[in-house]
Design a protein around this ligand. Structure first.
Ligand code: ATP
Ligand code: MG
Length: 653
């Protein structure tokens, strides 16, 4: 992997709040005295009853508990809204950019957002929603989605946001799992010019077994489509909400009261209902948002994630709003109406910080530089990425073409389970290396262990674990505390197991190599999928690649590669040979793919992550063919048809 070191541009470093020495000092402080450190950081929030205890955690299975600020009381919505009104009432809280660039953008001030949230909180209470009730949100990327999350927080209802791209089955499963009482949806959503029948999907979901807990469906008028309303269950959002008073006395919640449930993206199996609580989560979301993005008062912050993912929770809604920042919500997709959309919207709204996923970067890179170069992008000063390892090739493109080599890149490693960023450069403090998430955030203690759980020191690779708790950590799997402990704390007793493989280099930098389940063992050499994929993506003809292990008579495991070519490039036998030779040259003969299949598309979760589990099943199948039932839960796939074509075109081993 690339070891190029990219230091922050001198101007950026000079203006940054945290510099190298600050990082080192604060990191050391955070480990030496977590109680004092997080006691101090927690005071960035407004507590109606200040905490006297800070950290009370044990990863020990016999005495397992995770509590932060446990005797403190606060209201998350008050922290995101009310406390800003005096100073920032007229500041824009949300800039909304619609799917169609011709639709007028919306700019919602903190005062207006506060009124929206208060009205909805009053309406929910009038509908009988009480603290602890679960509410499912199935909405497009519109300001009402953020308002709904904050209204739940205001009254202590637990929201479960379900991404608007999910099917009726997936909605039904998630409703049944948490027993939601109320659903908030919209008539329709819009993505890339296509209408998404949100209300119709909810109707279908509510006909499925296990969803009888739902009493009320609130429907936001978004596209204005006529949708059948089933009385008395279905109510128009505006009819219920508009008559309500624009003020609401928020109730204090305990720091450990649940804030939300969010189902993981399911790249590795059945989605888990990850539960986050109030005080620790908001402290983490807001503090990481300020430090990792070097937030300044006049920043316009755009995280492109949907609120259906944790990234949208922590860095579209909770982090930015807790910090009184201006956050951009984008309804559409990067390729509509053309691949210049992101950059045009950056110019239009004078975005200063832009945060997206490697899958989007690779897709845009595939379209060449011209759509980027059409825009100015002068307002952007910092770029970020999250979701998957970023191939050095894509990192370099993001840096050179999008950022004009002016903007540092923060490659942020974290999980739904972690609530916020855990490993990332601080942009004015830590020199970056393309492809590495670099160093741990304050209080985070990563370690690498071998299969038996023995700590590995120095430059090495192994399984990534975390040795101690941090305030933003998930507290349980909703309704299944046993699964929580089994999944994360039993593999390596006393440690949180991330499920990710990782390499640490001589400078102590962390390089995520992919899921541990995806590590390939070729003739006794352990190899991360990310490494081989990066080599393939480094070839000029390749847009995207996914690599898995498959049984090999001699090597034990061989390397099976799925390759998507750039637009306009024809797959040929010669190109296949060239690609194998390219990997052999780049990494070494041990990494040369044994099988290489052309893949017009790869199976991805709706959040854009490659599902290697499915690719592995296809690659592992013997001459009898692929056992379709054995492919497991595919309900979170963005495009199930991709699987059929991959099965058809499978290389016979
Ligand atoms: P499930 O847990 O249901 O299988 P998931 O793990 O894809 O789904 P998320 O919590 O959204 O759900 O993803 C977290 C994972 O994404 C991490 O464990 C890691 O594998 C990957 N990831 C996220 N950010 C980065 C990054 N910057 N670099 C490398 N990998 C990353
Ligand atoms: Mg995961």
């Amino acid at each position: 992997m690339s070891e190029r070191i990219v230091s922050p541009p001198p101007g950026f470093e000079a203006a940054a709040a945290l510099k190298r020495a600050d990082y080192e000092r604060l990191y050391a402080d955070s480990l030496r005295d977590p109680e004092a450190f997080w006691g101090q950081v927690g005071r960035r929030l407004d507590w109606s009853r200040p905490y006297t205890r800070v950290k009370d955690t044990s990863f020990n299975v016999e005495d397992f508990h995770i509590r932060w600020y446990a005797d403190g009381e606060l209201n998350v919505s008050v922290n995101c809204l009310d406390r800003h009104l005096a100073e920032r009432g007229d500041k824009t809280a949300i800039v909304w950019e619609g799917d169609d660039p011709a639709t007028p953008a919306r700019r919602i001030s903190y005062r207006e957002l506060h009124a929206m949230v208060c009205r909805l909180a009053n309406a929910l209470e009038a509908l009988g929603v009480v603290k602890g009730d679960r509410i499912t949100l199935y909405l497009p990327m519109i300001p009402e989605a953020a308002a709904a999350m904050l209204a739940c927080a205001r009254i202590g209802a637990i929201h479960s946001v379900v991404f608007g791209g999910f099917s009726p089955d997936s909605i039904a499963n998630r409703i049944a799992d948490c027993g939601s009482k109320l659903v908030i949806t919209a008539d329709e959503g819009l993505r890339g010019g296509k209408k998404i029948p949100l209300k119709a999907n909810v109707d279908e979901a509510l006909r499925k077994p296990g969803t009888h807990s739902v009493e009320t469906v609130l429907v936001v008028r978004h596209t204005g489509a006529g949708v059948p309303m089933q009385m008395p269950r279905d109510r128009w959002y505006d009819a219920v909400v508009d008559p309500q008073p624009a003020t609401h006395a928020a109730k204090p919640m305990n720091a450990e009261d649940p804030l939300f449930i969010l189902y993981t993206s399911g790249s590795t199996g059945k989605p888990k209902g990850v539960l986050h609580t109030s005080g620790g989560y908001l402290t983490w979301a807001s503090y990481t948002h300020e430090c990792v993005f070097d937030l300044k008062e006049d920043d316009v912050f755009w995280c492109t994630a949907d609120v259906g993912w944790v990234t949208g929770h922590s860095y579209v809604v909770y982090g930015p709003l807790a910090n009184g920042a201006t956050t951009v919500m984008f309804e559409g997709i990067p390729s509509y109406p053309d691949p210049g959309r992101f950059w045009e919207a950056c110019d239009k709204h004078q975005v200063t910080i832009f945060y997206t996923a490697p899958t989007a970067i690779r897709a845009l890179m595939r379209e060449g530089d011209a759509p980027v170069k059409r825009s100015s992008r002068r307002s952007i000063r910092l770029l970020g990425t999250v979701g998957e390892p970023i191939n050095p090739e894509a990192w370099e493109w993001y840096h050179k073409v999008v950022g004009d080599e002016r903007c540092p890149i923060v490659d942020t490693w974290w999980q739904t389970e972690t609530g916020g960023i855990l490993i990332s450069p601080l942009p004015g403090a830590v020199p970056t290396k393309p492809g590495s998430a670099t160093l741990p955030f304050f209080g985070v203690q990563p370690a690498l262990v071998d299969a038996e759980g023995r700590r590995l020191e120095g430059a090495t690779d192994g399984n990534l674990v975390l040795l101690d708790s941090w305030p933003g950590q998930m507290r349980t799997v909703y309704g299944d505390h046993g699964r929580f402990i089994d999944t994360y704390f039993r593999t390596y007793p006393g440690m949180y197991f991330t499920g990710d493989g990782c390499r640490r280099d001589a400078d102590g930098y962390y390089w995520i190599t992919g899921r541990v389940d995806d590590v390939i063992n070729v003739s006794g050499h352990r190899m991360g999928t990310a490494e081989v994929e990066s080599a393939l993506v480094g070839h000029p003809a390749v847009a995207e690649a996914a690599v898995v292990g498959a049984p090999h008579d001699i090597k034990g495991q061989g390397i099976y590669a799925y390759v998507t070519l750039k637009a306009g490039i024809e797959p040929t036998e010669q190109l296949r040979k060239d690609l194998v030779a390219h990997v052999r040259h780049d990494i070494g003969p041990i990494a040369a793919p044994d099988w290489l299949q052309w893949a017009p598309g790869l199976p991805k979760t709706r959040s854009g992550k490659i599902m290697r589990r499915i690719l592995r099943k296809i690659a592992e199948a013997g001459p009898e063919g692929v056992d379709r039932a054995g492919l497991g839960d595919t309900s979170t796939l963005a495009d199930p048809a991709v699987v059929d074509s991959l099965v058809r075109e499978r290389q016979v081993r």
